[in-house]
Design a protein around this ligand. Structure first.
Ligand code: ADP
Ligand code: MG
Length: 208
């Protein structure tokens, strides 16, 4: 079982979007996953309430319950645990980073967004866990991607080769209680989520 924490101290970076879409893609490929929703705003849990499917299982929890929930997921042979975290909660982010095999840090390409990931990178250093920054909601004009990569690498971030574009399908799918791979499997957004999923699924194989 591989545990992925999704952290960023900035709201709106794409944590919940990434968490639910990766969990749905895991289920679609028959790899069961648990999504632990640590955000008191419970966006992932509310998304799950709209769904007609029972999977992926989404549990709203306090960070102090994480160990127990992860143990249960292990007993139930889950392949993945995704931990969606709240912004402005450094303690919970640190707890989840310590538990995780890999941390994903979604980040929009703006300079203020990039500056804000420093604290997430510090948390990952403290937790001694590998972190990958996922450039999210990139505009179609991609010169900004190169600049963003350089700026993130300069502050010590490791940027994922795969990025996610600014795509309205993410909002449509979330509103419908779906992942983008369920909403339109042939969409560009689906391909982006699948690429990131294949990468984290590889981490699992490497870890074995
Ligand atoms: N790649 C994207 N393209 C378009 N909209 C996005 C994308 N990623 C996130 N969003 C939208 O941005 C908003 C914030 O995303 P969310 O995942 O809730 O962020 P966080 O959990 O980090 O606060 C949501 O309305 C979501 O639909
Ligand atoms: Mg969120």
């Amino acid at each position: 079982m591989i545990k992925i924490a999704i952290i960023s101290q900035k709201g709106g970076a794409g944590k919940t979007t990434l968490a639910i879409n990766l969990a749905v893609e895991a289920e679609r490929t028959n790899l069961s996953s648990l999504l632990i929703d640590l955000d008191p705003q419970s966006s992932a849990t509310e998304w799950s309430d709209i769904r007609e499917q029972d999977y992926p299982v989404v549990l709203s929890a306090h960070a102090s319950r994480m160990d127990k929930l992860i143990q249960k997921a292990e007993v139930n042979n889950a392949s993945f645990v995704f931990i969606d975290t709240a912004p402005h909660s450094e303690n919970a982010a640190l707890e989840s980073a310590k538990i995780a095999d890999l941390v994903l840090i979604p980040c929009r390409a703006g300079i203020l967004d990039i500056k804000a990931i420093q604290s997430s990178l510090n948390i990952c250093n403290l937790a001694q866990v590998k972190a990958l920054v996922i450039l999210n909601a990139l505009p179609s004009q991609r010169t900004i991607e190169k600049e963003a990569r350089q700026a993130i690498e300069k502050i010590g971030g490791n940027v994922c080769e795969y990025t996610v574009g600014q795509r309205i399908i993410f909002s449509h799918a979330m509103t419908a209680g779906l992942g983008v791979v369920e909403f339109d499997v042939n969409s560009k957004a689906s391909r982006e989520i699948q690429n990131i999923f294949e990468l984290i699924n590889q981490v699992k194989k490497d870890a074995k």
